[in-house]
Design a protein around this ligand. Structure first.
Ligand code: FAD
Length: 421
């Protein structure tokens, strides 16, 4: 441990996709940046996610109908949603706030901003993909949501209409049209909604490329450096205490994903958040497979082609900060696939990399992005739930603009960090 305190312009707590992207844009603005990461950069939720870049996801997690659907699923051990029964006041408080946010007015208010955060993410990924060293399989070819029930068809129809109202390209397609869009895809579904504005990428490859870029550019990336506490003086944080000594900075940014609420609590800040555990199953699959990602509507499973691999992802479990794997739910994800598509060769789960990640979920489904009122030198970029990979570049850019005092490129008032204070 060092005896002296290391100083930089900006300290970023958390080296997930959001922290890495924030570091990129802050460095570009001439700031001297240090990332403090308790594990390895990109090793949190940003590692094994589905890699979907999703302007189509303009509806926040908190939306009408979510609670009644969740209640139907909650007793099914193989369903895509689960709450671990426990006495936890923070969970009760979160659920109460979530319930309050599940209304049409909230969706109406949030959808333009969510669309723009995702479109901004896609535009920036496109730019990164043209830079040397950034090979992360960025593929802007759209996404299909396959449905196999009348209720699924109805939901997808409504989604396509709402997307059209927001100026996105979305249309319902038949199985014949699905085969024209993607000849490698043999659908067993009833139809799909085709979102042409979506894209996909290999998240781990992006994080690796970004990490390598930052280190070469001179950003200090401290792996295995856990933030344990803070030293404060009035409205200023004067030092960050870590497992590897003290750090100080002009500005501190919390980008700790699902762990951010606990870190912020040490500073007396209330950022309600629950970890939404999800699983991904990545298989070697060089055979013909869908060339664009799919979401299996009723099963809530994402299917992403990643080079010669296929990744399935799904489930949202509110079980606390616990990344253990429930194999029953993993099997349910695997089983869902064959109900929607025919693959030329059955998938072999024995060869799979099975991973669990914790989505940082806020009660209203919107991230916390901006400065805190309580401290003059503290900002937050966290709580991106299901769209943190998609929106990491736009969140990183926005928070860099806030920190250096520029006008953010989007109106982020809805993302106010103190909205539950
Ligand atoms: C199964 C699954 C599928 C998903 N699919 C998609 C998708 O297709 N598209 C999409 O956009 N999003 C998707 N997501 C969501 C996405 O993965 C997250 O929203 C995103 O990765 C959050 O990024 P982050 O940087 O905020 O958090 P993380 O990647 O979790 O990074 C936070 C970092 O902070 C570090 N940290 C925490 N506490 C401390 C501390 N005290 N000191 C130092 N460091 C600390 C952690 O180690 C971690 O590395 C999915 C998530 C899951 C689980």
């Amino acid at each position: 441990m060092r005896a002296h305190t290391e100083h930089s312009d900006i300290l970023i707590v958390g080296g997930g996709a959001v922290g890495l992207c924030a570091a990129y844009f802050l460095h570009k603005k001439g700031c001297q940046v240090t990332i403090l990461e308790k594990g390895v950069p990109g090793g949190g939720s940003s590692y094994g996610n589905a890699g979907l870049v999703v302007p189509s996801h303009f509806v926040p997690l908190a939306a009408p109908g979510v609670i009644s659907q969740g209640l139907k699923w909650i007793w099914n051990p193989e369903s895509p949603f689960y709450i671990k029964p426990r006495f936890d006041l923070a969970l009760f408080d979160w659920l109460w706030k979530f319930r309050a946010a599940c209304n049409a007015a909230h969706v109406q208010r949030s959808s333009t901003l969510l669309r723009d955060l995702n479109l901004g993410g896609k535009r920036l990924y496109e730019q990164f993909s043209q830079q040397a060293g950034f090979n992360f399989g960025f593929t802007p070819k759209g996404l299909m949501i396959l449905f196999r029930s009348p209720a699924g068809a109805h939901e997808c129809g409504e989604m396509a209409a709402a997307a059209g109202d927001l100026g996105l390209s979305a249309r319902i397609v038949s199985n014949e049209e699905i085969a024209q869009i993607d000849p490698a895809l043999h659908s067993r579904a009833q139809g799909a909604v085709y979102f042409q504005d979506d894209a996909h990428l290999d998240p781990a490859a992006f994080n690796r490329a970004m990490h390598a870029y930052l280190e070469t550019a001179g950003v200090a990336v401290q792996s295995g450096c856990e933030v344990l506490g803070f030293q404060k003086s009035g409205r200023k944080i004067t030092a960050v205490k870590t497992s590897r000594g003290d750090y100080s900075a002009g500005e501190i940014l919390l980008a700790g994903g699902a762990w951010t609420a606990g870190i912020a609590r040490q500073l007396g800040l209330k950022l309600p958040m629950q970890a939404g555990k999800g699983y991904s199953i990545t298989l070697p699959y060089p055979d013909a497979k869908p060339s664009i990602p799919l979401i299996l509507e009723e099963a809530r499973v994402a299917v992403t082609p990643l080079g010669d691999r296929l990744r399935l992802a799904g489930t949202l479990e509110l079980s606390g900060l616990d990344a253990s794997i429930n194999h029953r739910r993993v099997k349910a994800i695997l089983r869902a696939l064959s109900a929607y598509i025919d693959l030329p060769r059955p998938i072999n789960p024995d060869q799979a990399e099975i991973w669990a990640g914790l989505r940082p979920c806020t009660p209203d489904g919107l991230p916390y992005l901006g400065r805190t009122a309580r401290y003059g030198n503290l900002s937050v970029a966290a709580g991106h739930a299901m769209i943190g990979m998609s929106t990491a570049p736009s969140s990183g850019k926005l928070i860099s603009e806030v920190i250096v005092g520029e006008e953010p490129f989007l109106d982020i008032n809805l993302l106010n960090v103190d909205r539950y204070a």
